[in-house]
Design a protein around this ligand. Structure first.
Ligand code: SF4
Length: 254
């Protein structure tokens, strides 16, 4: 089987525990206007036009065996509990090949992580071959979730609940975005939702909005629609983090 990737490289602790080889899989079913990797959104890849360079398609095709071989050759680099992470785009958009490669990596004794928007109906099928499951929870409100991501919240919610109930290691992340999900009402509802999902196997983390993706949107020939109002303050982040801890939940980072 084959996987389409638009980026790969090592990253320490940002995409799972320890030092990790991170594969960014092409294609996403969401349309978040703040996306930091817009070139990873189209299933067939995006045409990137960087100044002074020829236009190029964002993605390349790899055999799953190539990825397995590469990962095995990198084992000495997987220190501090590291391993391989599949991110995106949305990794589960290439479900069958993802399942195959995760299974083979586990057989080879390599720690596996997946970063997902949680929308795939068959996500629980992958639980046995994912050691660390990193799931987004972008909005608590179904209508707002659909408005900003283009996708209903119902499957995400069902998958979050099933993961919290059955997966041994779940990290739930919320990108905090001004005017989208950062009001006092939003925070109160997120806290209730987090509490519902809580357990010794579940951590929570807030990701501060940034606009690192702006240049890439322009290189893809698209308009970056986010404005200054999307920035949240350090105080807002700290306050929300404290409230998470105040509910007795585990916040991932200090
Ligand atoms: S789910 Fe992630 S990869 Fe997909 S559009 Fe949203 S931010 Fe981008």
């Amino acid at each position: 089987m084959t996987l389409k990737l638009f980026q790969k490289g090592f990253n320490y602790s940002q995409d799972g525990q320890g030092n990790r080889l991170v594969y960014h899989l092409q294609g996403c079913n969401m349309t978040c206007p703040w996306c930091a990797n817009p070139e990873g959104m189209p299933m067939e890849g995006a045409m990137i036009r960087e100044a002074g360079k020829s236009p190029r398609l964002s993605c390349k095709v790899y055999e799953t065996e190539e990825i397995l071989r590469e990962a095995v050759s990198c084992v000495p680099m997987f220190f501090d509990g590291g391993g391989v992470t599949f991110s995106g785009g949305e990794a589960t958009c290439q479900f069958e090949a993802l399942k195959e490669v995760l299974t083979e990596l586990q057989k080879a004794g390599i720690h596996t992580a997946v970063e997902t928007n949680g929308t795939h109906r068959r996500l629980p099928e992958l639980f046995p071959c994912i050691d660390q499951l990193i799931m987004d929870c972008k909005h608590w409100d179904a209508e707002q979730h659909r408005k900003y991501t283009g996708v209903p919240f119902s499957v995400v919610y069902a998958n979050l609940k099933e993961a919290a109930a059955k997966h041994p290691r779940v990290d739930i992340r919320t990108p905090l975005i001004g005017g989208v999900n950062d009001s006092e009402e939003d925070v109160a509802h997120f806290l209730d939702l987090y509490e519902e999902l809580s357990g010794p196997n579940v951590t929570f983390e807030l990701l501060k909005y940034h606009e690192y993706g702006r240049k890439k949107w322009e290189e893809c020939g698209w308009t970056y629609a986010m404005d200054e109002k999307a920035h949240v303050t350090v105080e807002q982040m700290k306050d929300f983090q404290e409230k998470i801890r105040g509910r007795g939940l585990t916040y991932k980072k200090s």
